[in-house]
Design a protein around this ligand. Structure first.
Ligand code: LLP
Length: 415
């Protein structure tokens, strides 16, 4: 459930009229709801309340410092994949002791930065990375807390681009190499092996793949224990899906109950890395219809937002519900909703029935995750403004870019 609802015929974000917010800040605009973000975070946190755990929000989903700050105030941890994301967490008031660092290509500089800040652990994805981290930690005279990301080789049943837990994917350490890698980690002087970790993919709508992965990881943890390698936490990754198009993914409560049930009485702290499940339905993207156009029997609604603002439909053929900000009566038409960018792939939706005219506003739903964070300046388009609604108040949490920012850092050749 989210806090974007119609009051009469006007779309509201919490207690704010979306059309009025768009008038104030302009379009294209990302608009987030604080109450929805908090509600989703609590849904996860409360579901595992009685068991030692840490919810590490996946920063890549939406990394605006105001969003991170809202979650940090709730006591959230963070899953990061770069030094840049770590810097954002710190800037937002997040606690480095609640940060897990994922990703297959951590640089020495990033390792040093995270070691000095004292993060919760590094989710290490290869032997080469483990050895590098040991060396960096030795040089700094710090013991690096480590969890090994294991690739359990299970199919997540999701889009191939966002499936990560199969042998053919670049992520994690193969199950067959897991025990030997833990033994190596134990032998390294500046590594403290704390955890086992996995992340099998994103936008999962069934529980079974999560549970299959857990079966394999728990068998590994039991085997390690018999080899005198004792693990204190299990990180089950992120990946819980959201309803974009009528899907019915498990509620965090069902998901957590199933995970706790599988865990049995093993005294392991549980870590979760949800991104989408917290942020996706806490945001909409608001765009204005510029022109209507017919090419013979095809109808296009050309809007002021584009694939540089919201890439998911172009990149994954992702479905996003599109609704009018103000419902009007009149004859509807089936449109492709497209942006101004010079690419055939620049579309938000195909074949949607809408009643619109130039100047009308459309809201693209479920854009709070992997929306703004994947935006670019393609076609030299300044990136959109971001606004957070809190009850009846609005806060601009990122200014719309101005043109001079587009070439900031570029320079002309000398005369
Ligand atoms: N942990 C790790 C190690 C990850 O790689 C990811 C996402 C997450 C957690 C969070 O997953 P979530 O709970 O959000 O599913 N751009 C794509 C999604 C890419 C996800 C990459 N990894 C999209 O727009 O669908």
């Amino acid at each position: 459930m989210d806090h974007f609802n119609y009051q009469d015929n006007a779309l509201f974000a919490e207690d704010c009229d979306v059309a009025a917010v768009a008038k104030q800040f302009g379009t294209p605009m990302y608009l987030y709801s604080r109450a929805t973000l908090e509600r989703h975070w609590h849904a996860f946190n409360d579901a595992v309340a009685d068991h030692p755990h840490l919810i590490c929000y996946a920063v890549k989903a939406n990394s605006n410092i105001a969003i991170l700050n809202v979650l940090a105030r709730l006591g959230s941890g963070f899953d990061i994949v770069s030094g840049g994301e770590l810097a954002r967490v710190i800037e937002a008031g997040g606690d480095p002791k609640k940060v897990v660092f994922s990703g297959i290509g951590k640089t020495i500089t990033e390792m040093e930065y995270a070691l000095k800040l004292g993060i919760y652990c590094f989710n290490v994805e290869s032997i080469a990375e483990l050895e590098q981290l040991n060396q960096v930690a030795q040089r700094l005279n710090i013991i690096a807390p480590v969890s090994l990301r294991i690739n359990p080789d299970v199919s997540a049943g999701t889009h191939p681009y966002i499936s990560t837990g199969l042998k053919e994917n670049k992520f994690g350490i193969a199950m067959e190499d897991a025990v030997a890698t833990y033994q190596l980690a134990k032998a390294l002087s500046h590594i403290n092996t704390k955890g086992v970790d996995c992340h099998i993919g994103s936008q999962l709508t069934e529980l079974q793949p999560f549970l299959d992965a857990m079966d394999r990881l728990l068998a590994l943890i039991d085997q390690l224990s018999s080899l005198d390698i004792h693990i204190s936490h299990l990180d089950v990754g992120g990946g819980l899906g959201v309803p974009y198009d009528g899907e019915q993914p498990p509620h965090p409560e069902q998901y957590a109950a199933a995970v706790l049930n599988k865990l049995g009485d093993r005294p392991l702290t549980l870590l979760f890395e949800p991104g989408r499940a917290i942020a996706a339905n806490a945001g909409i993207f608001v765009t204005e219809v510029l022109y209507l156009k017919n090419n013979q029997d095809k109808h296009f609604a050309i809007v002021d937002g584009a694939m540089n603002d919201l890439l998911r439909p172009s990149l994954y053929q992702a479905y996003h519900n599109i609704v009018p900000v103000l419902k009007t009566s009149g004859t509807s038409q089936v449109y492709d909703i497209v942006g101004p960018i010079c690419e055939t792939g620049d579309f938000f939706a195909k074949q949607r029935e809408l009643c619109v005219k130039p100047g009308d506003l459309l809201a693209i739903r479920s854009c709070g995750a992997y929306g703004f964070t994947m935006s670019s300046n393609y076609n030299s388009r300044p990136r959109a403004v971001e606004v957070l609604v809190d009850g009846n108040k609005t806060h601009q949490i990122r200014q719309r870019e101005i043109q001079a920012q587009l070439w900031q850092g570029e320079s002309l050749l000398p005369e």
